[in-house]
Design a protein around this ligand. Structure first.
Ligand SMILES: *Cc1c(COP(=O)(O)O)cnc(C)c1O
Length: 417
């Protein structure tokens, strides 16, 4: 990894150089990798896609990797491959990005929102169980744990709950590339799917590595992998063993006609290009360094922020999880500080520091409120009242973290900044 001081500073904006809450880093090696694909024969469905999938497989330990056009497409494909649809319901934590719930609706399933722990923003197995009990008249087919901020709460506990009720587990691991967790003496990388049917990832520019737009699904199940590939590409197959239209498919000598393809179920074009995969594979090469730097930045934040306790608290650390930290979330007692969250965000911004709220509870969105009414989710509500995401990205420096925390301290203490 280049010296973080030298990589890609944000563009100066009208209010000075803004530190956003997240951003990509693109190195000269990344650019060279993309240019070489542009000079080659394959812009899509080519060898760079295979190489990116192989690299993801190596890093996550996943047996099968299916890359696709976004994290949202990954969630949609996973639900389609799992056969979840009309008549089914899936459990989704309230603290997530819209896409986790929306893709369930897009396959025709209903969403049962689960509460989250107010200190970590994570859905625990007990929250999934409570959601399951609350929806006792619905046919619950799956659960979609969200590994919020890069932490993963209790995948093994969730797997035993899901196993007891025959539920599919589709992990929304869009924040958790590079995260691992422990059960006893065993270490499990997120994405190897030791306790899940499928895991989904996003490579949007704010995520841990980027392809511009992009995503992937990992699984241990060869049948699911095959379905994912079919749904990614219109449901089209040329596999001679799968062809149903005997006479259309074959010439009189019994060979498959050279132009021939078939579809058994409609799919989509959710392919990712070789251009994007070249960027992704180049970025993946430095994933260990990126994750190490993110962990060091979060440790530095935590130490510096301890001076602001109890008004500012770190996100609760999930036991047995070694997070790759996508987000630097703090929990702020805004009432104790005598400031609203909007005032704090605006004052940070005036000092060139971006911040964000992850997330507005999805069941509060007008669409879901209209469909399911008010759902009492006290943990998600309490978490939402306090959360604020501060800058965290590959090229962020320790000196910039110091500046962020010092500025936050001055704002919260009511000093002129
Ligand atoms: C980013 C994200 C998604 C969607 O990924 P895209 O690549 O933007 O489509 C889904 N879920 C979570 C939790 C995310 O953070």
């Amino acid at each position: 990894m280049k010296n973080p001081d030298q990589t890609n500073k944000p563009e100066p904006s009208s209010d000075g150089a803004l530190l956003p809450y997240g951003r990509q880093s693109v190195t000269d090696d990344d650019i060279a990798a993309v240019v070489s694909v542009l000079q080659g024969d394959w812009l899509t469905t080519g060898p760079a896609v295979d190489a990116f999938e192989a690299a993801l497989s190596e890093i996550t330990g996943a047996e099968h990797v299916v890359s696709c056009s976004s994290g949202t497409a990954a969630l949609h494909l996973a639900l389609l491959a799992a056969g979840i649809g009309p008549g089914d319901s899936v459990i989704v934590p309230a603290n997530t990005f819209l896409a986790t719930a929306n893709t369930a609706r897009l396959v025709g399933a209903e969403v049962v929102f689960a509460d989250v722990d107010p200190k970590s923003g994570q859905m625990l197995a007990e929250h999934a169980e409570a959601a399951f009990a609350r929806a006792d008249r619905q046919r619950i087919a799956g659960v979609m744990p969200v590994y919020f901020a890069g932490q993963c709460a209790a995948p093994a506990a969730l797997a035993s709950f899901a196993g007891a009720h025959g539920l599919r587990i589709i992990e929304d691991a869009c924040h958790a590339l590079g995260t691992s967790y422990e059960t006893g003496a065993d270490s499990h990388p997120v994405g190897r799917c030791d306790h899940a049917d499928m895991a989904t990832f996003s490579f949007h520019p704010v995520k841990t590595i980027t392809t511009g737009e992009g995503g992937a699904i990992t699984t241990r199940d060869a049948d699911l992998a095959e379905k994912l590939r079919l749904f990614r590409n219109h449901g089209m197959t040329r596999d001679p063993a799968k062809l149903a239209n005997e006479s259309l498919a074959h010439d009189p000598s019994g060979d498959v006609n050279p132009w021939y393809y078939e579809m058994a179920e409609p799919g989509l074009n959710y392919r990712i290009s070789d251009i994007q995969c070249a960027l992704g594979a180049s970025q993946l090469k430095r994933l260990p360094a990126i994750v190490k730097h993110r962990r060091a930045l979060v440790a530095h934040y935590t130490e510096k922020l301890s001076a602001l306790a109890p008004v500012v608290q770190p996100l609760e650390v999930v036991e047995s999880c070694r997070a790759a930290w996508h987000l630097q979330v703090v929990r702020i007692d805004f009432a104790a500080a005598g400031l609203t969250r909007a005032e704090v965000m605006n004052r940070l911004r005036a000092q060139g520091i971006g911040s964000q709220v992850h997330y507005i509870p999805v069941p509060w969105q007008p669409y879901y409120k209209g469909r399911y009414g008010q759902t009492g989710l006290p943990g998600a509500s309490a978490y939402y009242d306090t959360c604020l995401s501060l800058p965290l990205f590959e090229s962020l420096t320790f000196a910039e973290v110091d500046r962020v925390v010092d500025t936050l301290e001055a704002i919260l203490r009511g000093h002129q900044v």
